[in-house]
Design a binder for this molecule. Structure first.
Ligand code: CMP
Length: 141
């Protein structure tokens, strides 16, 4: 029996601004992710701080939360077998200089901060992140 898993994806302000949204969504579909929820948002600084609360003591927290609240983003709930690990592989390394050819970040990211996309890094994180942006009734069965 197939065990489906869900993960949260964000197209960040830099990628949205560069017009990468359509290409990134196509890449997700070509890689057999099912989009079970999607919305375009322009979050506030406080909402970005809540989402990235785990990084509150990191030196890049201020800059990251300014960036994430600087323009529109697209948040998606993705479903697939092993969705969390598969999506992280498809995104590529956090630092685009280290991202492999064929990954989303290799193609669209411009720096370690402006790195085009976000993906949950584990099961607990994905549960928190999905519930941060989506109510249960907003996700497809
Ligand atoms: P993301 O996968 O969304 O998780 C945390 C984010 O913090 C990361 O992508 C980057 O946008 C940002 N980030 C991580 N490390 C650094 C860093 N060393 N300097 C600046 N931003 C970083």
């Amino acid at each position: 029996m197939k065990t489906l898993q869900r993960t949260l994806s964000i197209i960040k302000p830099d990628a949205f601004e560069r017009g990468a949204t359509g290409d990134i969504i196509n890449t997700l579909l070509e890689n057999n992710f099912r989009i079970v929820g999607m919305k375009m948002l322009h979050i506030t600084k406080a909402q970005a701080e809540g989402f990235y609360a785990v990084h509150v003591h990191r030196p890049f927290f201020e800059s990251l939360t300014d960036f994430m609240s600087s323009g529109p983003i697209v948040v998606m709930a993705l479903e697939k077998e092993a969705a969390i690990a598969d999506y992280r592989k498809l995104m590529g390394a956090t630092d685009p200089a280290k991202a492999e050819a064929g990954t989303i970040r290799k193609k669209w990211a411009s720096s370690i901060e402006k790195n085009a996309v976000h993906g949950s890094d584990g099961e607990d994180t994905s549960r928190f992140e999905l519930s941060y942006f989506f109510a249960g009734y907003e996700l497809s069965k």
